[in-house]
Design a protein around this ligand. Structure first.
Ligand SMILES: [Zn+2]
Length: 254
């Protein structure tokens, strides 16, 4: 039974992953996410339902458009696979609980943001607003947090990263971080709580450091999108189920 639910969550995840691919590509380009239907970007061939099955279509089509034989980027099926795994993993970690809802919404937000941030260096406001509003409602109704607590969770990480950015701007004498990264903190705070979100910022710096070093050494572009690192760090914090607020309570109140 448990395995059946895990498989179901995986399949659900791959379907959503396929949809997020579309959203992450179209929103930064100011295109509608429903119209037109999915098509080959090369020959405009409209994809049939059979060509839209996540992962499997890619394998059956041999990674090429059915009509013009243009290669389909391997990124798409891999992304669908990752989304499927993260959906199944969310259920594995949280079971049927309010946290499952938070986890699925958070995983989805983070995945869409990763696509648009890596490809276009944009974190779409629509995605941020959507998940901020829904996470706020979930926290309020299912977790019975007070509005005051929710606002603190939202705003502390936001202000924290804003101060870091202003500090960075002063030191580097140029824009050190995008506004999207800072707005993303509202979503982090709602999903993880403010303590874990602040830890996620530090963790992301650790993850980003070796990558930045490598790209600096290769003398490539050294302006890196920071959103993906923040997102990976936040996912690690989410799934670790660590509760730092407990530790802080113990330290302060003994
Ligand atoms: Zn084509």
């Amino acid at each position: 039974m448990e395995i059946a639910i895990l498989v179901f969550m995986f399949i659900l995840g791959t379907l959503f992953g396929s949809f997020f691919n579309v959203v992450g590509y179209r929103l930064p380009n100011n295109m509608s996410i429903v119209k037109p239907g999915s098509h080959c970007p090369n020959c405009k061939h409209k994809l049939s339902p059979l060509e839209l099955i996540p992962i499997l279509s890619y394998i059956f089509l041999g990674g090429k458009c059915k009509k013009c034989k243009k290669k389909i980027p391997i990124f798409y099926p891999i992304f669908e696979l990752i989304t499927g795994l993260l959906f199944a993993f969310s259920y594995y970690i949280f079971g049927f609980s309010p946290m499952l809802l938070v986890s699925l919404l958070f995983v989805s937000t983070v995945l869409i943001i990763m696509i648009s941030d890596i490809k276009y260096m944009i974190i779409p406001d629509e995605v941020l607003i959507f998940s901020t509003v829904f996470l706020f409602i979930i926290r309020l109704l299912l977790f019975e947090y007070s509005i005051w607590n929710i606002l603190l969770d939202m705003l502390i990480p936001f202000v924290f990263l804003l101060l870091l950015k202003l500090f960075g701007d002063l030191i580097f004498k140029k824009e050190s971080m995008g506004g999207g990264d800072i707005k993303l903190m509202l979503v982090f705070g709602l999903a993880l709580g403010w303590e874990m979100s602040v830890v996620a910022v530090f963790l992301s710096a650790f993850i980003a450091f070796p990558v930045s070093l490598i790209s600096l050494l290769k003398k490539k572009e050294h302006v890196l999108p920071f959103g993906p690192y923040l997102s990976i760090a936040a996912l690690i914090m989410l799934f670790s189920k660590l509760d730092i607020s407990n530790i802080i309570d113990i330290l302060i109140y003994k």
